[in-house]
Design a protein around this ligand. Structure first.
Ligand code: OSB
Ligand code: MG
Length: 392
């Protein structure tokens, strides 16, 4: 059973929250990459694109009698990031997995060392790194949350609402999510669906924690428009400007009161350093897939915490496997703002893990079981699989 593997003899127990790599060597003896189609309950539209039919990549790692599960968060098309399901499949199967399977490494922090020559492709790399975190947590007999240094038993969660063509449809959906108890509501915006739309929501819900996400729909020339958001008491505006911009976000942050949060722009701890130096944002949305894994996520968390700045965990419409990793990450102490980590039922008719993730009173419980702490429905995953690649 994936949730209760035997602890191999000869492994010494050590501090579960340690930042140091494990001292006992690990090895991936077998890696299985699968693609499964999963249909969202409804089309999810953002300013840069949208999707309903997700092409989910699941990775299963096996070694030392242990298993590790992870999900690659690349989307089907390159509208959010340059990586896609197909580039991730290509880079994982042609370069990353052949480079790491069968080699000794000391833990999640150095499993990717043999493929450090590969430039970019952080989502593909993160899939391997995150699977190894699950393996390493299981090796220690602890939850992934504990292994990462998590301190919270449940995490505050919000919900991300896609673009809607009219306010009526938007209000109806927001009302439903508020009934579900989400701790904050993120509203996707774009030119033409911004200030008036958000004013309408603010009028109807004076006390709800709202934020906006533009997915790069604006330029610095829109500063006057964006400044109008200051009157709406938003928690933040996420990625208003270009996906790869730092300088103009800094200029914008100087001119508006609403906190700028970066998503697309931040792909590493080095990007975080640049953003902090320039003042490009006051908040970062950390998605482990986007930044190349959980170790890099934790480094960004630590850097922001040292500056007294908040982070939160974003989402990429993950299945329960990716969600489990996100919840574990969000249990770290600096993740003080509600994440885009919504209930399984917000996305899917049926998730591929049990128990499914649920929300109550604006929080989600962090799984306490060993590793990712949820059981993957391997039979259903097998039945859904459209392609598979195995490395030994
Ligand atoms: O910008 O945060 C984003 C989904 C896909 C791509 C980009 C984004 C999103 C979301 C949804 O906002 C977050 C989620 O519920 O997983
Ligand atoms: Mg975003």
């Amino acid at each position: 059973s994936p949730s209760s593997p035997p602890t191999p003899l000869g492994r010494r127990p050590h501090d579960a929250a340690s930042n140091r790599p494990d001292s006992d060597p690990m090895k991936i003896e077998r890696a299985t990459l699968r693609e499964i189609p999963l249909r969202l309950k409804e089309f999810f539209e953002i300013s840069s694109g949208g999707s309903q039919d997700r092409r989910v990549l699941l990775l299963t790692l096996e070694g030392d009698g242990l298993e590790g599960w992870s999900e690659c968060v690349a989307s089907a098309d390159p509208s959010y990031a340059y990586e896609t399901t197909d580039t991730a499949w290509h880079v994982l199967t042609d370069f990353i997995l052949p480079g790491v399977v069968g080699r000794d490494f000391s833990g999640p922090e150095d499993v990717l060392a043999p493929v450090s020559w590969i430039r970019g492709h952080g989502m593909a790399k993160a899939a391997v790194e995150m699977g190894v975190w699950d393996m390493a947590a299981r090796a220690d007999g602890v939850s992934l949350s504990a292994k990462l240094g998590g301190t919270r038993a449940d995490v505050p969660v919000g919900v991300s609402v896609g673009l809607k063509s009219d306010d009526e449809a938007l209000h109806e959906q927001v009302e439903g999510f508020l009934q579900d108890g989400y701790a904050r509501v993120k509203i996707k915006i774009k030119p033409g669906r911004d200030v008036e739309m958000l004013s309408g929501l603010r009028e109807r819900y004076p006390n709800v924690d709202f934020m906006a996400d533009a997915n790069s729909a604006y330029t610095l020339a829109d500063v006057d428009r964006l400044k109008e958001l200051d009157a709406l008491d938003l928690m933040m505006i996420e990625q208003p400007l270009r996906y790869d911009d730092f300088l103009h976000h800094a200029r914008l942050q100087e001119r508006i009161e609403t906190a700028v949060c970066l998503d697309e722009s931040i792909k590493s701890a080095a990007d975080t350093e640049l953003a902090l130096e320039l003042g490009s944002c006051r908040i970062i949305n950390i998605k482990p897939g986007r930044v190349g894994g959980l170790a890099e996520s934790r480094r960004i968390h630590d850097m922001m915490q040292a500056e007294g700045l908040a982070v939160w965990c974003g989402g990429m419409l993950e299945s329960g496997v990716g969600r489990a990793h996100n919840v574990a990450l969000a249990s770290l102490p600096g993740f003080t703002l509600p994440g885009d980590i919504s209930a399984s039922s917000r996305y899917w008719e049926q998730d591929i893990v049990s128990p499914e993730f649920t929300v109550s009173d604006g929080t989600m419980a962090v799984p306490k079981g060993v590793g990712i702490g949820v059981e993957v429905d391997v039979e259903r995953v097998g039945a859904l699989t459209t392609r598979v690649a195995t490395f030994t």
